[in-house]
Design a protein. Structure first.
Length: 96
């Protein structure tokens, strides 16, 4: 990911409206920042249908990846957190 982030073409993607969300997602993932649901929706809007198909657990593959990423990012921010607070930050139902 670091090589991808350092590639000058990534920064040129920000200038192309169709791919600006790709650059944002890659940058936030590399910097271990939380991705907002709106950012994920924007990113997914440019994917092909087979890239955002729902899996058996009801998530798309990008949703699963961002969920795992956000869990790791939350782990960098908090030493202790209640499940309901974690669910709120991740945009999930507490009982899911």
């Amino acid at each position: 990911m670091t090589l991808l982030f350092k590639d000058e073409r990534l920064h040129s993607l920000q200038q192309i409206s169709k791919y600006s969300s790709h650059a944002l997602v890659l940058t936030k993932m590399l910097q271990e920042q939380l991705l907002k649901p709106e950012e994920l929706r924007l990113f997914e809007s440019f994917l092909m249908p087979h890239q955002k198909a729902r899996t058996s657990d009801g998530f798309t593959i990008p949703e699963k990846v961002v969920l795992e990423h956000n869990m790791l990012a939350v782990g960098k921010l908090y030493d202790n957190i209640y499940f309901n607070q974690l669910a709120s930050i991740l945009g999930l139902d507490t009982y899911r």
